[in-house]
Design a binder for this molecule. Sequence first.
Ligand code: ATP
Length: 445
Amino acid sequence: MNSEQTGLEPSGAADSLMEKVVNLCKRRGFVFPSAEIYGGFRSTYDYGPLGVLMLRNVKDAWWRAMVQCRDDVVGLDAAILSSPRMWEASGHLSNFTDPLVDCRNCHERWRADKIGGTCPACGSADLTEPRAFNLMFKTYAGPVEDEATVAYLRPETAQGMFVNFPAVLQTSRKKPPFGIAQVGKSFRNEITPQNFVFRTREFEQMEMEYFVPPAEADRWFDYWCNERMDWYRKLGIPEEKLRLRHHGSEELSHYSKATADVEFMFPWGFDELEGIANRTDFDLRAHAAASGEKLEYFDQASGERYVPYVIEPAAGATRTMMAFLLSAYDEDEIGGERRTVLRLDRRLAPYQVAVLPLSKKESLEPLAREVLGILQPLCMCDYDVTQSIGRRYRRQDEVGTPWCVTVDFESLEDRSVTLRDRDTTEQVRVPIDRLATEMNDRLAT
Ligand code: ATP
């Protein structure tokens, strides 16, 4: 297997936390190497039964903060395959490139801006001159494969928001400052996909374009930097593993007036989770010029017509899920026994509750299923009857389930169950009649 398939650095110097998390992901059904029965496929991954739940929770938490709990942001789900004219106007066809270098010694390929002048695989400094490599995936729309049918998989979701700006403005009756949010897949033909799901060729993004009067852009840029840092903190990333790094003028993209990256302390050092940029009016003007349509706002109250500036917080859902997993991973000792525990926020954990009948005896099953039926409409539940109760608690701790509900023989007498907390392992007895209220309270805090 090469480094693309294992997701580990070619040097083999994988950090042990990284190895533990990658192994746990595979062993417990979070993330599998794609098409593993065929030996995997070039750094692509499939999200298993637990991974799909957690990834959905990451995206839901973002949507809740960015759309549901606000009245100034609306949603969008734009096409992945769309007009190539859009990519020409946005500059992606000419500019969306990474500098590619080849090692003349071992023939590995690298992104010149991510290595320090020597080949990370063999250490040779004999590298070719960098050349621009376009990251767009190309395909053909229709039965004829020629220049006229060339189409591209989107490399970011943002352009969908810009080209739909007039339609959204008209139908939503919003006015600046307002935003359009989108979550979905993007594709980039990355030169060196690596570090598990940190950098893959197919990934999911969570992006929002916030349209503002130009004079207010600086203020809104600061506002979104604060909001986004808060989002990660509130969902459990420790303060010391998070930082906001402002780009210097030499690092800014051609369209950006200011950019700051939200960075997480990955096992290899601080690296980007999200980019927040003041994109000015670059995109709306570029699409207006290329399409001939007016992409501007007319303020009826003041009689003023202007092209809004755009503040864009652009995050990666899959990369962020990895950061949450890395920061939640812990090992401790309970009653003299070592355990692995994912201290995931309850909103991100794949299951919020596991219902566990104490034994496999049939007499417990009807009541355990009754309890499951009470909890399933409230949150995502697991139901597990095999192995000893201690082993089953460990299994739930390892995948981050915040609470376990145990139905035992006493439950048949007193219609109460044991509610166990993942982090403290504290157990309390709760009457089944009060279980829904108790869980709703815990889920709400
Ligand atoms: P980089 O410089 O690392 O290639 P970028 O600055 O080009 O990334 P953006 O275009 O700002 O990334 O994309 C916004 C977010 O989308 C990133 O912060 C990241 O979380 C996510 N993202 C971008 N490329 C990938 C990828 N190949 N795999 C996984 N997530 C990605």
